[in-house]
Structure formats: C-alpha cells, structure tokens
Design a binder for this molecule. Structure first.
Ligand SMILES: NC(=O)c1ccc[n+]([C@@H]2O[C@H](COP(=O)([O-])OP(=O)(O)OC[C@H]3O[C@@H](n4cnc5c(N)ncnc54)[C@H](O)[C@@H]3O)[C@@H](O)[C@H]2O)c1
Length: 253
C-alpha cells in the first residue's frame, strides 16, 4: 500500500480521470475526498467504501472560493489532515470548443489556484504533502481554435512551479501532469458529431494508441507517493509520445 495513512483530495472526481485517480489512491490505502460540482461524486465515494476503502464526497464548485474554503474546513474537521491534492476539475466540453474565456479561467485556473492556496495551511499542519495539477498537452502544443483552454492549461504550469519553489522547504511538492488524448466522457459531445474522431487521432500518436484513465492515474500515484520525493516543479507528459515530435517528419526520408 503506497498511500497508507494519507488523506487525498481529488477535484472533479465524479467521472473520468478524477474518478480513476480516486479509485487508484483508495486501493493504495488513502482516505479519498471525492470532490465534484455534480452529485456524481457520491457514487464514486460509495464504490470506494463498498470495496473496503475510506472516502468522503464533498460537492463544491472549485471556481467559488467560499465553496473551496468550506470544503477544506470540512476536511480539517472530519479527517484532520490533508497530504495529497489533485487539481483535476475542468470546465465543460462546450466551453472548451466554443473558446469561452470566462469558464476556462474560472474553473481551470481560479479553481486550481483556490484549491492550492486553501489547502496549503492544512498540508503544512499535516507535515507536508504533494500537489498534483492536471494540465494538458494543449499547454505545450498549439491546437486550432481552443485558445482559452490552452491558455488556462499553460497558466497552471506557472502556478505549479511557483508553488514548488515557495513551499519546498515546507515539505510540499508540486508537479504538473500533461495528458494527451484520454478516452473519457469529456469527449462524448464531440463523438456525437464526429464518431470516428478517436480513430483519426490515433494516427498522431507514436505509441499507436490513445490514453486511458489508468495511464494518468499511475503517474499521479507515483507523484503522490514517497517514490517521487525528489521530484518537484516538474512537468510530466503522459502522451504516448505526442509532444516528442511529428510522425510525418520520419516519412520525409
Ligand atoms: N480527457 C482528455 O483527453 C484529457 C486530455 C488532457 C487533459 N485532460 C485534463 O484532465 C482532467 C480531467 O479530464 P476528464 O476527461 O476526466 O474530464 P471530465 O469532463 O470527464 O471530468 C471533469 C469533472 O469535473 C467536474 N467539474 C466541472 N466543473 C467543476 C467545478 N467547477 N468544480 C468541481 N468539479 C467540476 C465535472 O462535473 C466532471 O465530473 C481535466 O483537467 C482535463 O483538462 C483531459
């Protein structure tokens, strides 16, 4: 058990990558606070408890500082500690595709900012911890038309590096994870319009497949555990080689 006696909070954990991280952490012994703006997080917490783990669902909007404060106060009151924070919540697919700046900044940037800032005091009291911020390959590679999402995800790298530098001596590490395409529910509205989009995207990936929730959860488990105790301020790509280069380059020879 790599996370025995740890308390972890995962935002946006009612489905997709956040759910996968929560289940993985719980299986490794952590008590998991499952956060989501929707009630879906309750079922994830129930699943963890049914499997013999410990979990608490807290419904809160990470873009609202009062909600985040109240969430951290509840963690302090009910669990007494916080060792791991995963900032994973993201605005809707529509807001990403329609390039709506406000929700991209409110949920992705402010949500992560408030969660980190409000978690720090409890993490320090808990003897240190690990902050994991879920960004995206879109922070590193330009993609047509989703400027606000790309900007929001790039901002998270600056925030995380700043936290790593400022809080290293407090025993708090902070790292970014940049996933490539991961097959989750966030893609459902796109798949309705373009049912073959995943097949088309596979061609971009040197490794020859798209990512799974477990691919990201395994990286987060490493960053949450003591195995990564010398890793802070790092940007970890989990992208099947997407950002390593272009497959087409080799085809010119
Ligand atoms: N799926 C991918 O291809 C992919 C690729 C790169 C990066 N990512 C990143 O991974 C993370 C998870 O993505 P996913 O595919 O699981 O997304 P998802 O849409 O399936 O899940 C996001 C969850 O966040 C919740 N949420 C939305 N607004 C919230 C708020 N204000 N407060 C609390 N919870 C809120 C939603 O209810 C949902 O359960 C995101 O940060 C995303 O940008 C995903």
């Amino acid at each position: 058990m790599r996370l025995r006696d740890r308390v972890a909070l995962v935002t946006g954990a009612g489905r997709g990558i956040g759910k996968g991280i929560s289940l993985k952490f719980a299986a490794e012994g952590a008590t998991v606070v499952v956060n989501d703006i929707r009630e879906t997080g309750q079922a994830v917490a129930d699943d963890i408890r049914q499997a013999g783990g410990r979990a608490l669902f807290i419904q809160a909007d990470v873009g609202n500082r009062d909600d985040v404060k109240a969430m951290m106060e509840r963690v302090r009151a009910e669990l007494g500690a916080l060792h791991i924070l995963v900032c994973n919540a993201v605005c809707s697919t529509q807001d990403i595709l329609q390039d709506n700046l406000e929700p991209n900044l409110r949920v992705n940037v402010q949500g992560t900012y408030w969660c980190c800032l409000e978690a720090l005091p409890l993490m320090k009291e808990s003897g240190g911890g690990s902050i994991i911020v879920i960004s995206s390959v879109n922070a590193l590679l330009g993609m047509q038309g989703i400027h606000a999402y790309s900007a929001s995800k790039a901002a998270l790298i600056g925030l995380t590096r700043s936290l790593a530098v400022r809080h290293g001596r407090d025993g708090i590490r902070a790292n970014v994870v940049c996933p490539g395409t991961i097959q989750t529910e966030i893609w459902e509205p796109i798949l309705k319009e373009q049912p073959h989009i995943w097949d088309q995207m596979v061609r971009w990936y040197p490794i020859g497949r798209l990512g799974t929730v477990d691919d990201v959860a395994h990286m987060c488990l490493y960053l949450a555990s003591d195995e990564s105790s010398f890793v802070t301020g790092a940007v970890m790509v989990v992208d099947g080689g997407l950002t390593a280069g272009l497959l087409e380059f080799g085809q010119l020879r």
